[in-house]
Write a protein that binds this ligand. Structure first.
Ligand SMILES: Nc1nc2c(ncn2[C@@H]2O[C@H](COP(=O)(O)OP(=O)(O)OP(=O)(O)O)[C@@H](O)[C@H]2O)c(=O)[nH]1
Ligand SMILES: [Mg+2]
Length: 200
């Protein structure tokens, strides 16, 4: 098993508050409740690194976690949570947009999509944004423990619009976790985006 040496670094309320370091960052993005924080804990083999919750909309900041010496993951707030107050949702959307389009350390987006739901417009938008800004995309189809064997081929087909093969994964039974770890570690060698500041 690959070990990702993961530690919580800091939470930032905006792009300005993001850490100034030379690490290559991978953002974990996805709808509220899709399983972002749970997946991060599974990748790190730690139960309580990132806070998970049955209540959607729990993560509201950019939460940074270091991996080894040169990588970091950023656990993003989830989008699409209907009950979040409009002002709050707009603030979070702005913060995410800023981070995804302007953060020079960001090299890849790990986009999480519920296996049972498949990608929608929001996911296609994120994939398009990643392509536009030269970021790589890792597609994780979460909660694979919830789908039946007989449904798996149809689930994979439902991801065709994203044009990337989804990695079926489960924080509960561990499917796909090792493959995702390998993908993440491979990013350590990818070049940082050229940008205005070396690190912001
Ligand atoms: N069956 C199953 N449930 C999962 C899995 N991953 C997460 N969950 C459940 O889904 C719910 C949401 O998980 P979180 O990890 O908090 O989701 P999140 O995407 O971080 O949510 P926000 O931060 O609110 O956007 C929790 O009740 C988890 O136990 C999984 O692999 N399988
Ligand atoms: Mg979360």
């Amino acid at each position: 098993m690959t070990k990702l040496h993961t530690e919580f670094a800091l939470s930032a309320p905006s792009l300005k508050g993001c850490p100034r370091w030379g690490r290559v960052e991978i953002a974990i993005a996805g709808r509220s409740n899709v399983g972002k924080s749970s997946l991060l804990n599974a990748l790190a083999s730690e139960k309580h690194l990132a806070r998970t919750s049955k209540t959607p909309g729990r993560t509201r900041l950019l939460n940074f976690f270091t991996i080894g010496e040169s990588l970091a993951l950023c656990d993003l707030p989830g989008y699409g949570y209907a009950k979040m107050p409009h002002d709050e949702a707009a603030k979070i959307a702005r913060m995410m947009q800023e981070y995804l389009t302007e953060r020079t350390n960001l090299t890849a987006i790990m986009l999480l999509v519920d296996s049972r739901r498949g990608p929608g417009e929001a996911e296609l938008d994120i994939a398009a944004m990643a392509a536009e800004h030269g970021q790589r995309l890792i597609i994780a189809a979460t909660k694979s423990d919830k789908i039946k064997r007989s449904e798996r081929a149809a689930v994979v087909r439902s991801f065709a619009p994203l044009k990337f093969r989804p990695i079926l994964c489960s924080a509960h039974d561990g499917e796909g976790i090792e493959e995702l770890r390998t993908e993440i570690l491979a990013m350590a060698d990818s070049p940082r985006r050229s940008g205005r500041a070396a690190s912001r």
